[in-house]
Write a protein that binds this ligand. Structure first.
Ligand code: HEC
Ligand code: HEC
Length: 292
């Protein structure tokens, strides 16, 4: 399959779902990279683009954003960046020139990535082959195209704080919370947004009618009727590994991409930790439907 070739070319095929080796920053970084779903957004898979060279269109209600080239090419990628530039982009949503990134780059989630994982991610990105490919300008109309305006948005919706482990909860729960909220950025699609594009904080994970590409995204809180309350932890972990629902259907589309490019590479233990966390969320009664 074509997808297998892509995996091989980014050097992750050697480390499918084995336990990541934390002593080797590049190999461990490959694991963090998968958990963060960087490949999906930064590779124009449909246009047969090179891994991480950007150019994937991300349609949103505000217009279409195009992901940039994050290979180490010095002219068109991030080859001239220092590690500090990278950390600032990921944690503060700021470019080396001090400009705001649009929140279509999910730095609201990535700000919570641990120091060790951030370092490994940088080591992995540096070790990838450089690709020369110019970035495509975003196709986003005024006023949403203003980087200055993102200051206001950040003030309202971005806290930039690291995650603090909850000592009252199990290690698995804490690991799951980290994978879902910091790396997996699952709420970015699974939560309804307000008209300014901020996540509705009382509706976390309860699904969205205007998810990426304008489709509706299901409720993944444990509500028995409108969420995934009937799924066991194992059902959720299996779904994140294979894309098969407890009813035996296979998911496709955007969630198919998330599984194919990200969660299926995680260890069974990590997928189960994510399930433990999701099952602990407050159930919210909400069935996202597109207005007719
Ligand atoms: C949901 C899609 C999405 C995901 C997932 C994503 N990115 Fe991005 N990223 C973007 C977009 C869009 C931009 C450009 C934002 C802008 O122009 O303001 C961006 C910008 C960047 C930049 C700045 C590049 C530059 O030239 O200024 C870096 C670095 C980056 N992303 C790294 C990552 C890493 C590492 C991951 C995985 C942990 C990741 N991204 C995951 C969409 C994504
Ligand atoms: C790019 C958007 C996107 C992201 C990111 C995303 N999802 Fe999804 N998810 C979807 C869509 C769309 C569906 C519906 C797929 C379908 O109908 O087959 C879905 C379906 C699901 C389902 C099945 C729900 C059901 O009722 O059938 C689960 C569980 C799930 N996602 C968990 C997650 C987790 C955990 C993460 C974070 C690792 C995540 N998703 C990240 C878009 C996304």
């Amino acid at each position: 399959m074509a997808l297998t070739l892509i995996h091989a070319s980014v050097g992750v095929a050697q480390t499918p779902s084995g336990t990541p080796n934390r002593d080797d920053p590049v190999q461990y970084g490959a694991y963090v990279f998968r958990a963060g779903g960087c490949f999906e957004c930064h590779t124009d898979t449909k246009g047969k683009g090179q891994p991480l060279a950007g150019g994937r269109g991300l349609p949103t209600p505000f217009g279409t954003f195009y992901s940039p080239n994050i290979t180490p090419d010095p002219e068109t990628g991030i080859g001239r960046w220092s590690e500090a530039d990278f950390v600032r982009a990921m944690r503060q949503g700021l470019s080396p020139a001090g400009e705001n990134y649009f929140p279509s780059f999910p730095y609201t989630a990535f700000a919570k990535i641990s120091d060790a994982d951030m370092r490994a991610l940088w080591a992995y990105l540096r070790a990838q082959p450089p690709v020369k490919q110019q970035n495509k300008p975003h196709d986003v109309p005024f006023p949403f195209n203003l980087r200055m305006a993102v200051w206001g948005w950040k003030f309202l919706y971005f806290d930039g704080k690291p995650m603090i482990a909850d000592a009252a909860k199990s290690a698995a729960w804490n690991r799951g919370a980290y994978l879902v909220n910091a790396l997996g950025h699952c709420s970015e699609c699974h939560t309804q947004r307000n008209p300014l594009g901020g996540l509705k904080s009382d509706m976390m994970f309860a699904g969205s009618t205007d998810g990426a590409e304008g489709k509706s995204v299901p409720n993944i809180t444990p509500h028995p009727a409108t969420g995934i309350g009937r799924w066991s932890e194992k059902d959720i972990a299996d779904f994140l590994g294979s894309g098969m629902t407890p009813e035996g259907d296979f998911t496709g589309g955007l969630m198919g991409d998330v599984i194919e490019q990200s969660t299926k590479y995680l260890t069974a233990e990590d997928r189960l930790a994510m399930a433990t966390y999701l099952k602990s969320l407050p159930p919210i009664d909400h069935r996202p439907r597109k207005p007719q």
